[in-house]
Design a protein around this ligand. Structure first.
Ligand code: 1HE
Length: 260
């Protein structure tokens, strides 16, 4: 399946991994309205059998953020709807059917960082750099960045990035929590695929709990969080697949945790 500026394919032994590529390299994968809607549609209509997804950018950069050529035509009302359209697309990704891994390289800036921060895991290669140039362009984030990015790196670091135009390189990005994995140049996609294959083997209910329930627990007051945890924990362990997996371990058929 291929829409304009987005390419979708499936891989893995059972075609269980979706690979989504931004293919607008000439414009550094800047996200225009069509691309944002295509991403929303894709995550809302993920084919049956997909268990994990990888999103990557073609060319030298992951994503240069909002297509600034579209920004100049918008009034305040249209701007509001535009931001809400980004929210809908990135919520479709974050609270979609499968865990999503971002494979990052080059520029991960503005809306590109908003897209990456909606993913569940970020793998960055050493060419990656992160910035929020909205601050210096006289605008603000509008793709959910003010909600998601402080949860990764804290309010102070995000404010610094926007107030001063600070750019984080790949090493510092991993250090502060923008990415969970730092890998050599050119290997982020392979590492993301490896992780996706691993994630695809989990019980679907566990993956659902981690992508849909965990972030909501983290946003709840502790008392409510403990209650939600108790409920999802009970639901997960009551699944026949969970019982089988525990039996497999107890009877020596499942892998032990290996020392890192
Ligand atoms: C673009 C965009 C874009 C590149 N919108 N056209 N994002 C930004 O403020 C980042 C703006 N982009 C850059 O700083 C640089 O392009 C990069 C560091 C990402 C890459 O540099 P480079 O030297 O590889 O490429 P380039 O020569 O700057 O750009 C190549 C082409 O892509 C050029 O077009 P051309 O027709 O002259 O070839 C650029 O104009 C075009 N291009 N980035 C439109 N972003 C939901 S709210 C989110 C708010 C934001 O994301 S604001 C931050 C936007």
């Amino acid at each position: 399946m291929s829409q304009k500026h987005i390419h979708f394919e499936r891989c893995g032994e059972q075609q269980e991994i979706a690979v989504i590529r931004l293919t607008r390299a000439a414009k550094r994968n800047a996200l225009n309205d069509g691309l944002v809607m295509a991403l929303r549609d894709l995550f809302q209509n993920m084919p049956e059998g997909v268990r994990a997804a990888v999103i990557a950018g073609e060319g030298d950069h992951f994503c240069a953020g909002l297509d600034l050529s579209e920004l100049k035509e918008r009034d305040a009302g249209q701007g509001m709807h535009h931001s809400r359209a980004w929210h809908a697309a990135l919520e479709a990704l974050q609270y979609g059917p499968v865990p999503v891994i971002a494979a990052l390289h080059g520029a991960v800036v503005g809306g590109g960082l908003e897209l990456a921060s909606a993913c569940h895991i970020r793998v960055a290669d050493e060419s990656t750099f992160y910035a929020l140039p909205e601050g210096s362009r006289g605008i603000f984030v509008g793709g959910g960045g003010s909600v998601r990015i402080p949860r990764l790196i804290g309010v102070a670091r995000m404010a610094d990035m926007m107030l001063t135009g600070r750019v984080y390189n790949a090493q510092d990005g991993e250090r502060i929590g923008l990415a969970q994995y730092l890998v050599p140049v050119g290997t982020a996609f392979d590492k993301a695929l490896e992780l996706a294959a691993r994630i695809a083997q989990n019980a679907p209910l566990t993956n659902y709990a981690l992508t849909h329930v965990l972030p909501r627990i983290a946003d709840q007051p502790a008392d409510q969080g403990f209650m939600t945890e108790a409920m999802i924990s009970a639901i997960a362990q009551s699944a026949p697949e969970a019982k089988q997996r525990v039996r497999d371990f107890l009877e020596g058929r499942a892998a032990k945790v290996q020392k890192a």
